[in-house]
Design a protein around this ligand. Structure first.
Ligand code: ADP
Ligand code: MG
Length: 323
């Protein structure tokens, strides 16, 4: 074995109420330094975009005076601009103005139970028009009392930062993830791609639905089967339908999207989930998105795919190559 034979490294840590992880192949690297850089990268995203940290840049902006431009971290401005863009492209299905609704329904940082009074005050929500982004000067302006929530895109953005951190260290063969949102680059030393397991969208157990061999791709899943609560006998999920301001009610239980960047995949997974299978599929086909829709039907699940997943859903089996 030559000394330059790449070794396998596996590092992880806490972030965003869950864990980040990185598996990579490299030779002659300092694992401790890389792990610290990865941790710092996600810590920065969390300190900038979290609704769970009252002092995050996002939460400071949520308290900013109306009509006043506020200089903010460039990354926050960029993620908000991307969010608004995907919001428009998705016909309003992805909407970072859901902050107050998320809080009222008990999925936010401060409340433990849904608050009936707050719920009644929430109607349709939208960030579009309520805020302005000036990317050139890295500043933001609030024009109305909207509460922004970036939880539908921040994990994906954090995954992109993990990827960029490894690339900056000259490491190109890796899989990085935060809570199931992931990005894969390069290959294993034997040249094979990375195998990704997609979970069955099952509320009661964790089981594998299928595996995909992928490379140089980000993959994100949104669903109703991990974050939900019982509200007067009905299971409600943490995804808000911006048209009503209430949790989404849908037979669509999971959407997986692949894209070059994980922030984009993350936001579209949420957007297509909100749109539902029919409109979501049409939108995915129109925009050329690769998306897998899983519907709850009786005791089982039905899958429908768009783009690279179209063939996969027909095959309904493991080991599908999607890139
Ligand atoms: P997960 O965190 O399970 O990966 P998502 O990426 O779909 O799920 O993000 C869900 C979070 O995004 C919610 O907890 C909420 O904070 C926020 N959110 C809910 N509904 C929307 C929506 N329609 N558009 C944008 N963000 C949303
Ligand atoms: Mg998302």
């Amino acid at each position: 074995m030559s000394t330059d034979q790449p070794s396998r490294f596996s590092v992880n840590g806490a972030t965003m109420g869950t864990r980040w992880s990185a598996v990579f192949f490299a030779s002659r690297v300092n694992q401790a330094i890389i792990a610290a850089d990865l941790q710092a990268a996600v810590d920065t995203v969390d300190a900038t975009m979290s609704t769970w940290q009252p002092q995050s840049a996002l939460m400071q902006f949520n308290r900013a005076n109306l009509g006043q431009w506020v200089v903010m971290p460039a990354s926050l401005c960029a993620v908000i601009a991307l969010s608004l863009q995907i919001g428009t492209a998705s016909g309003g299905a992805f909407d970072i103005g859901v902050g107050a609704a998320v809080e009222a329904w008990g999925f936010g940082a401060t409340r433990t139970a849904p608050d009936a009074v707050s719920i009644r005050q929430i109607s349709a929500v939208t960030a579009a028009g309520a805020i302005e982004v000036d990317l050139a000067n890295a500043r933001l302006r609030r024009n109305s009392e909207v509460q922004l929530d970036l939880s539908g895109i921040a994990k994906g953005f954090g995954v992109d930062r993990l990827a960029e951190t490894l690339l900056a260290h000259g490491i190109a063969d890796f899989i990085v993830s935060i809570d199931g949102e992931m990005r894969l680059s390069g290959s294993k030393p034997d040249g094979s791609g990375w195998l990704v397991g997609l979970e069955r969208p099952d509320r009661t157990q964790r089981a594998l639905a299928r595996t995909l061999e992928v490379s140089d791709l980000a993959i994100a899943t949104s669903g109703d089967y991990r974050h939900w609560r019982d509200h007067n006998g009905t299971l409600v999920s943490h995804t808000i339908d911006p048209r009503t301001g209430a949790p989404l009610q849908s037979e669509l239980c999971a959407v997986t999207v692949t894209a070059e960047h994980c922030a984009v995949a993350d936001a579209w997974a949420t957007a297509l989930l909100v749109m539902g299978a029919e409109d979501g599929l049409a939108m995915a086909a129109r925009l050329g998105l690769d998306a897998l829709f899983t519907l709850r039907r009786g005791d089982g699940f039905t899958e429908i795919g768009a783009g690279a997943f179209a063939a996969a859903s027909v095959m309904q089996q493991q080991g599908v190559h999607i890139k």
